[in-house]
Design a protein around this ligand. Structure first.
Ligand code: RIB
Ligand code: CA
Length: 308
């Protein structure tokens, strides 16, 4: 318990919040670096600070880029997470403040301080990590594991026909990361859709007599209602699934290594193009997770609320 050292890059966001709660129960979280994505950077940063306060943790929060590398006005995901990203419950903002150090520099410093031991988990557009890589191309050599929530490995996107939100929000940043990192553990949207969690299970977790459960119950109410209104029987929890893979890699029951590149132009912009037949001759840069032990995933998610 608590031996894994994790840096989380995140755009909280309701599912990000559950992933962050899980990580604080199961590992040593050395920092939260914040991206714009689900909603704007001011909200994602405020949400991260509020969540850290709710957990009674002292995890430093580092604000990152306010938008994608190329200034194209991407759509946000407020329709899923609420205008403020946390269900518009009107919470009292935390008195805590983000650190002065920008996210990209914090990533580089923490990777040096925890060289060889740090697991970076990205739950957001890859803008901050791309900037860190451009500042120090040696970054991958200091990081033990990189787990990315992103992509749609057979092109079933959730923000456009072929693009998943985190990649589609900043395809240039994703292309920089996928071109530079030797092995990415990839948890994509299609895996997420195969491993949704039932609304009744989540309602049971939210009923725990625990401030984290009460907070998640409040901020997730809008997202759960939106999801059920669309006829879904399960809540899609992309970030918690990626966090579960980071926390307990042994819960991965099937994975395969292939080269993945990011489409930057045309109708497929933001797509994760997987070389399934290894036709390109390019070395695999991604370990694509294709199945996980659902019971172990759900047990890890439940642990976020103190209900093991
Ligand atoms: O496509 C799912 C991803 O986009 C998750 O990280 C969710 O938080 C949203 O940011
Ligand atoms: Ca996210």
């Amino acid at each position: 318990m608590g031996h894994t050292r994790i840096l989380i890059d995140t755009d909280p966001g309701v599912d990000d919040a559950l992933a962050i709660l899980m990580a604080h129960r199961q590992a040593d979280v050395v920092g939260l670096t914040i991206a714009a994505g689900n909603v704007g950077l001011a909200h994602t940063t405020a949400n991260a600070l509020k969540l850290v306060e709710t957990m009674g943790a002292s995890t430093p929060v580092f604000a990152g880029c306010a938008g994608p590398l190329l200034a194209r006005p991407p759509q946000d995901a407020a329709f899923v997470h609420g205008l403020d990203g946390f269900g518009d419950i009107g919470y009292t903002p935390s008195a805590r403040r983000a650190e002065i150090e920008p996210a990209a520099l914090a990533i580089l410093r923490l990777a040096r301080e925890h060289a060889g031991k740090l697991v970076i988990v990205t739950l957001a557009p890859l803008t901050n990590l791309a900037l860190a890589l451009r500042l120090d191309p040696e970054l991958p050599s200091r990081v033990a594991r990189l787990v990315v929530m992103g992509g749609a490995v057979t092109g079933r996107g959730n923000t456009s026909v072929a693009a998943e939100f985190n990649i589609g929000f900043d395809p240039e940043a994703a292309s920089i990361v996928f071109s530079a990192w030797p092995q990415i553990e990839l948890v994509d949207w299609e895996l997420t859709m195969r491993h949704g969690i039932g609304f009744d299970t989540i309602a049971r977790w939210c009923a725990a007599d625990d401030p984290r459960a009460r907070f998640f119950d409040a901020i997730s109410r809008k997202t759960r209602a939106w999801s059920q209104a669309r006829g879904r029987r399960h809540l899609m929890l992309a970030d918690p699934l990626a966090m579960a893979v980071a926390l307990q890699p042994e819960l991965v029951t099937r994975a395969q290594e292939h080269h993945v590149e990011i489409a930057l132009h045309g109708v497929a912009r933001g797509a994760t193009l997987v070389d399934w037949e290894n036709r390109s001759g390019k070395a695999p840069n991604a370990r694509i997770v294709s199945d996980v032990d659902q019971a172990r995933f759900e047990a890890l998610a439940a642990s976020a609320f103190g209900t093991d």
